[in-house]
Structures are given as structure tokens and as C-alpha cells.
Design a protein around this ligand. Sequence first.
Ligand code: FUL
Length: 449
Amino acid sequence: MKHLFFFIFLLFAVSCVRQPEIYGPVPTRSQLEWQQMETYAFIHFGLNTFNDMEWGYGDTPAETFNPMDLDCEQWVLTLKACGMKGVILTAKHHDGFCLWPTETTDYSIKNSPYKDGQGDVVGELCEACRKHDLKFGVYLSPWDRHQASYGNEDYVKLYHQQIQELVDHYGPFFEFWFDGANGGDGWYGGACETRSIKAEEYYQYDKARDIIWSKYPNTMIFGGTVPTLRWIGNEEGKAKSTQWCNYTFDFQDLNNTKLLSTGIPDGDAWLPAEVDVSIRPGWFYHENEQPKSLEQLLDIYYQSVGRNASLLLNFPVDKTGRIPDADSIRAIEWYQTLQNTFANDLLKGLRPSTNSALENHQELIYTFEKPTTLQCLILQEDITQGQRVERFSINYYRNGKWLPIETDEEMTTIGYKRIIQFKPATMERLRIRFIKAKGPVTLSKVSGY
Ligand code: FUL
């Protein structure tokens, strides 16, 4: 490494330090606001819920959609109680059944017993979100196993019309989800065959995006060829600890799970990661499944939000039309555990000393008034300046010696937020050393617990 000269810019500290130049790609305003949300929910609900399925073939009778106790306010209040900042609903999953009274197909809620065909789950959830101040988003599967026209031009028109309807009647959307799955086989109006399309051309995603942005330009886009965020590459709730928001726009790379899992350090675009995972094994409700344990959910949090990614946590709504109690209780317990963990910042009020005389690195040293036990640090870069840190170390001073903290986390990237958990250590001083970075290190926050 050549002689790099780093200096630390702590937004909350010394204001006389001049702000360094922006380095590499930086987030748009919508991306920044979206990253600050940190946790938001998915709701998978539809015909699959009533038929014990994950991927309906496209011929499941619309009459089977019959929630007797559907209450979107219960969803919204539950999600708010577990700290979610928004919710994304499966307005249409791969089976093609629409949860709003669309003009584009009969395969919708209009032909279900729910409210005698007068219901509109997309509208009801949108309304509940507005009432209780939760952000709203939709998932609209491009793959449609119901439509006879799937695979030809007519379907793409129909798909764009569905987007147009959603934009006309609901919104604003904080995120719009174009799912990437395309299993091939389906009912397709009775043809019952396998159809393959070239996703990057067929769906005309740039046009789809323009329909959304013409009314709601701040909508974040998941999937397709013009995304503003990226999939993490697995559905297990795990981001890699080395995690760049930088990426290079190439459709092939948008399907490369290895690159997706870490980002591309020299990527020329800002494309932050989203971790999507379900609180239960399935995305849809199944009677014989149970929510994940508290420990599993905590691991998911540390491996997503704690690794510079956003967490999209799915709640399967059950056949009655409610989030099951077991899931609500577990999720609230999870959120409260996190709230308690991060209630008391032990670095608050301490002004770190810095040592800019070091040639290839820079460090922050916190000195405690009395020996203090820490087991977790949260580091945040000021990402409006780009993502820079590539390697760092954490040591503590005790009885005249500097010792390394004991952790399984790699201390590489930071990004919007990085949480490092370690074996509890009692210390007189704490040292964070930046060993390698792409430019001057610009942190916005450091806190300790
Ligand atoms: C996948 C879909 O195939 C699953 O059913 C689910 O909706 C998940 C979030 O995305 O691609």
C-alpha cells in the first residue's frame, strides 16, 4: 500500500475539520433515506395462503381466497411494534392472482368471496399505512403462471398496465419489487407448458420503472435491469461481513450470487444490498410451520443490518387474514431485545483522541473514566461521501497492555452501518485503527455497548 494519508472526519465532533472530497459512487437521496430505514417488512399473502402452497401453478380457484378476519391495521400495528419502517405486499405473486380489483384480469380478489368481491387488500393496506404512518411498497411478480399471453407482447402490455393501475390508485411506494424468479412451467390459460423468456429484454424494465417514477420518483426499485438496490444473493438472512454498496451495472452481474453477496469494491454505481428472509421457513403461511427462534432472528439482524445491508423481514399472514400471535410475539421480543442492547451508548460524551502522525493508518482512542465493559461496537461511515474503509482493527487497553478484541467478524468494510460483537472485555481505553481505506475515512457515528 502506498503512503496514504487518512484523516478522520467525525460529523458529531470537531467542526473545524474541513469536509473531504466525495470519493467514488455515492447514494441518491432516495437510496440514503431507504438505507436509513434499516428494517422493513414483507407480507406474503394470496391464494397460496389458503392452499398450503409456495408457488401456485396459476389455476388455483379464486374462490379459495377467503379470509374471514382480515385486518390490515393489525398488520401495520404489529409491524410498527417491532420497529419496521415500511411494508411491501405481494400484490401479485407468480400464480397471477391480484390482490386489488384490477381491470387487467378476472383472476383477482373481485372473483373471491372476500367482502363478496368488493374487497381490495392493496388499497386496505395502503390506507392503514397512511393512517399509522408506515411506508408502503408492492411486490408485483413479472412471471405470471396464469396468463395465456405470458411469453408474448400482450402480456408485457398487461404487466405494464398493472403497474400503471397500482401507480394510479395507491402509493407513494418506498420500494417496488420486481421478483427475479422464472420457473418456466405454468397453467398459462390452460396450455400447461413450460415457457422461457429472456428477462432482461422481455419485461422492458426501463419502461416499467418510468411508469412508477413518472408519479413517484423516489421509489426504490428491486430487481429487473434498472434496480436502485440489489438482492443479497440468498434468502437465509445473511450478508457477508465484507459488504460494499458499490456495484457495476450489468444484468449478468445482477444474477451473480457471489458478487451480490459482497458488492464490488471498485463498482462505479451505488447499489446497496437488501437481505430478504422470512420469519418462518416458508414465505407463505403453512399450518405446520413455526416462527424462527429469538436467537435466529438476532443473528439475522447482526448479519444484515450489522453488515451494511437493509433487512426485509417477511411475515406470512394466515388464513384468517392476520399475522399469527406466535409471530407477533416473537418479533416484538426480538425488537425489544435489540432496543435494550442498544439503549445505553457507553462512548457517549467521550471525545476520541486521534493520531494522524501514523503513516498508513489513522486511529481513534477513547479513554474511559473508569474500567468499562464493552461487547459491541457500532460504526457508521458518512456514506454521503462514499464508502471507503477496507480494513480496520479494534483493541482495548487493560493493565498496561493493548489486546485485540475476540470476535468472529472480519474487520473489513463498514459502510452505512457495521456492528461488531465481541467477547465482553473490560477496558481502560478503546482503540479503533483504520488500516486500509480508499480515501480519507469519514465516519458519522461510533457507539459502544
Ligand atoms: C422469490 C419468490 O420465488 C418467492 O416465492 C418469494 O416471493 C421470494 C421473496 O422471492 O424469488
